[in-house]
Ligand binder design. Structure first.
Ligand code: HXC
Length: 260
């Protein structure tokens, strides 16, 4: 699998995707979006792949945002006609039911922070820096920053970051609930891959349904969410992997999953 702006490797059951425009701090242009949609489509369709990790090439950045040079001369009419960057949500996030992790190594700014927040969770290196500095460019977040950041860290910090454009370091991001873990920079990929391998070793349908349920908590009322949770639990009890999982526990051995 060869792309212009990303590297894609299959490592066992884990797909590792590396944003690969280090000369532009992995800024996200239209080609990155096209490559990511294709790579995620293949990841989703390949039954051997059960979890993905997205990271940035180089030490400096996960992604320093949407490509400002690409946006600078585009007219408002073009942004609207193209529904600029809607593909990140509509053709990527909404399409991918398998779990994926963002491994953030350095700057995750603007669209970079937004792509990290699209992942199911973020593992950050100690050097990671998160921000929504769009206000300084005369715009606002356009790929979920105002919505996902607010849900992750609450109004006070989201307002602070969106209005001042300041960056949040890894320690603050962990304290605020934006990232699940912070690890030393030289261990980032190893730790993210280990987490992905752990997920990939789970019964796949259960992993997907767990993802769907946690996501649902942001979309529905508590009552409806609790009903959906019970229904999904009950659906999972009908799988062969449930029978195997409980039998394996009783027999004190690892389960062997069929994904059905
Ligand atoms: C295009 C970028 C870029 C970006 C960095 N570069 N960020 N190119 N788009 N978002 C390029 C620089 O032009 C430069 O290339 C090279 O990467 C290295 O960057 P420097 O600025 O020289 O590095 P440094 O001084 O270390 O500063 C790092 C930085 C700074 C603090 C991350 O680059 C920065 O502030 N970048 C912009 C961050 C930002 O505003 N992001 C939000 C974008 S708007 P050359 O060739 O000049 O050497 C957005 C909206 C999303 O994301 C919504 C869309 C729908």
């Amino acid at each position: 699998m060869s792309y212009e702006t990303i590297l894609v490797e299959q490592k066992g059951a884990v797909t590792l995707i590396t944003l690969n425009r280090p000369q532009a701090l992995n800024a996200l242009n239209a080609q990155v979006l096209a490559d990511m949609i294709d790579a995620f489509g293949k990841f989703e369709a390949d039954a051997s792949q059960l979890c993905a990790v997205v990271t940035g090439s180089g030490d400096k950045a996960f992604a320093a945002g949407a490509d400002i040079k690409e946006m600078a001369d585009k007219s408002g009419a073009e942004f609207y006609a193209q529904d600029f960057f809607s593909g990140w949500t509509n053709q990527l996030v909404k399409v991918v039911r398998k779990p994926w992790i963002a491994a953030v190594n350095g700057f995750a700014l603007g669209g970079g922070c937004e792509v990290a927040m699209m992942a199911d969770f973020i593992i950050a290196s100690e050097t990671a820096k998160f921000g929504q500095p769009e206000v300084k460019l005369g715009v606002a977040p356009g790929m979920g920053g105002s919505q996902r950041l607010t849900r992750a860290v609450g109004k006070a910090k989201a307002m602070d970051m969106c209005l001042t454009g300041r960056m949040m370091d890894a320690a603050e991001a962990e304290r605020s609930g934006l990232v699940s873990r912070v690890v030393p920079a030289d261990k980032l990929l190893e730790e993210a891959m280990k987490a992905a391998e752990t997920i990939a070793a789970m019964p796949p349908l259960a992993a997907m349904m767990n993802k769907e349920l946690v996501d649902m908590a942001f979309e529905t009322t508590l009552d409806t969410g609790l009903v959906m949770e019970r229904r999904m639990f009950q659906v999972l009890t009908a799988t062969e992997d449930k029978a195997e999982g409980m039998k394996a526990f009783v027999e004190k051995r690892p389960g062997v999953w069929k994904g059905r």
